[in-house]
Each structure stands twice: as structure tokens, then as C-alpha cells.
Ligand binder design. Structure first.
Ligand SMILES: [Zn+2]
Length: 285
């Protein structure tokens, strides 16, 4: 009994000492973490900073990325690795006041095949109009503070994947100039397309209103730099400003714009750069 009576006050004393703030531990030390130090083209890094009270300055490849506050008080950015990034060594740099931290990273080639596409003269001369280019670009670059999505993404429609994300494209024998910025799902015209995650409709574009290449198009903002696009739709059943829940129908599959047959082109973007949609389906971010 006497022994126990001694142990309890001793533990109490220890916990008081541990809880007392000392000069050095008054402010938590910021810490910068990445989910991995190597990624492939078309993937993204999860950059997190803890122990900080406002957003730090985050840079990767000379570009600034806004970091967003999370529910647990940390700051986070999902930083895209553009699909045409030259494989090699790069670094992340994060700064806030006098504190800074650098993490070297590697980018690997995804070795996706080059697709040779031959277009007839008429199709080859069809370029996206100024209007559709500008509106789509602006919508895909939406940066909003609130994270609207949670959990994994679902496929917007079920069907055969007819063209994966990232395959590099050469048109009419010319060198590779672009790549497939999304996932194609071949399904019959009229198949409903559902939102893969919660979000807000930030663009509806129509073929009848100069969306000659994209066709009828919807862009959804999922928050914190993540957006998604649905192209070549037959019909659109949402309006700009609508809040969508995961599974809500946004339209139907079609073949509007430049398209060789009914299919959905689904793209996902971080800070306006396309990343592989499959990443968001397979894991929760
Ligand atoms: Zn496509």
C-alpha cells in the first residue's frame, strides 16, 4: 500500500512537468512531409506541413502551389507531376518566415506508348475555339479553400476503358506534341454520367456555343485545387453553381465535338494540370 501511495504522486508530478511549456517548446516546430520521394509522370505528390499556423510558401519546379488548411490543422497540397515532365531529379522547397525545408525527389518515366493518330485534312484543321480553350482552362484551374470531396472517386460511368490516361500522341507523323489528358470510357449514347465525388459545377459548355472540339462539356470543382471534366456529352442536366453529391447525374454520354463515336472523356486536374483519374479511384486523398 505504501509503495502505491508513492507511485501515484510521482506520476502526477511527471505529468505536470511534461505539461509545462518551456521556452523551446512554446511553438511547435514546423515539419514538411511528402507521401513518397519518387513519382511517375502523370501522378501527384501529397505535400503536408504540420506545426504551422498559416499557409507556407510551397515550390516545386519553380512553380508556387497554394497549400490548403485541413481539418486537423495541417496544410496540404496535392502537387501534380505533368505527364511530359523530363524524368530526373527535382526538389520541393517550403518556406515560412525564417524556417525552410527542402526535400529532393525523383520523377520516373511512365513508359506509356506513343499513339500515332492520322487525321484527315478537315479534322486536323479543326482547332479548339478561343472561347472553349479559355473557359475550360480557367475552370480547370479553380482554386477553392474548402475540400468538398471525401473518400475515393467512383467511375462516372461503367464500361470498357477505350483509351487510358497519359498515352503520348503524335498527329499525322509529327513528333509527340501532346498526350491523352483523361480516361475514355466507351459506352452507348445516352448512358448516364454521374459525379465521381462531391463538388460544384463551375462550367457547362455547349457545342452550339462554340465548344467545337470539346463538345458538350461539364467541369466540376472538388475543392483545394482538384477539378474534373466530362467531354463529348449528349445532354447536360446540371447548371453552373449546382452543388453535386457523389453519384448525382450530370448528363449523358454522347459524341459531340471531335469524337469518333459515343464515349465519355473523363479528366481529373490538380492546379490545372491533368493527372491520372485512376489514382483518385484507387486511393483516398
Ligand atoms: Zn479522351
Amino acid at each position: 500500500m505504501a509503495q502505491r501511495a508513492f507511485i501515484i504522486p510521482f506520476i502526477l508530478l511527471l505529468s505536470i512537468v511534461a505539461g509545462m511549456p518551456s521556452e523551446a517548446s512554446e511553438r511547435p516546430t514546423p515539419d514538411f512531409m511528402l507521401d513518397a520521394t519518387t513519382k511517375m509522370q502523370g501522378e501527384f505528390f501529397v505535400a503536408t506541413v504540420t506545426g504551422i499556423s498559416s499557409a507556407p510558401d510551397l515550390r516545386f519546379k519553380e512553380e508556387h502551389f497554394t497549400m490548403f488548411r485541413q481539418d486537423n490543422g495541417s496544410y496540404r497540397a496535392l502537387v501534380p507531376v505533368e505527364n511530359m515532365t523530363r524524368p530526373g531529379s527535382y526538389a520541393f522547397l517550403v518556406k515560412k518566415g525564417k524556417w525552410e525545408q527542402k526535400i529532393p525527389v525523383g520523377i520516373e518515366a511512365n513508359n506509356l506508348p506513343v499513339q500515332k493518330i492520322w487525321l484527315d485534312k478537315k479534322t486536323n484543321s479543326l482547332k479548339a475555339t478561343k472561347e472553349e480553350k479559355a473557359q475550360v482552362k480557367a475552370a480547370l484551374r479553380t482554386l477553392s479553400d474548402t475540400k468538398l470531396w471525401s473518400g475515393t472517386f467512383s467511375y462516372p460511368c461503367d464500361g470498357r476503358k477505350s483509351s487510358p490516361f497519359g498515352v503520348k500522341r503524335s498527329y499525322n507523323g509529327a513528333p509527340v506534341s501532346s498526350y491523352h489528358k483523361g480516361l475514355d470510357i466507351a459506352v452507348p449514347r445516352g448512358t448516364p454520367v454521374s459525379s465521381p465525388a462531391d463538388g460544384k459545377v463551375v462550367l457547362t459548355g455547349f457545342e452550339s456555343n462554340r465548344f467545337h472540339v470539346h463538345g458538350n462539356t461539364v467541369v466540376i470543382d472538388h475543392g483545394q485545387g482538384l477539378t474534373s471534366i466530362y467531354m463529348h456529352l449528349h445532354t447536360i442536366s446540371v447548371n453552373e453553381g449546382d452543388m453535386l453529391k457523389k453519384g448525382d447525374t450530370l448528363g449523358t454520354v454522347g459524341s459531340t465535338g471531335i469524337s469518333t463515336g459515343p464515349h465519355l472523356h473523363w479528366g481529373t486536374y490538380l492546379y490545372g494540370t491533368s493527372v491520372d483519374p485512376e489514382l483518385l479511384v484507387s486511393k483516398e486523398y
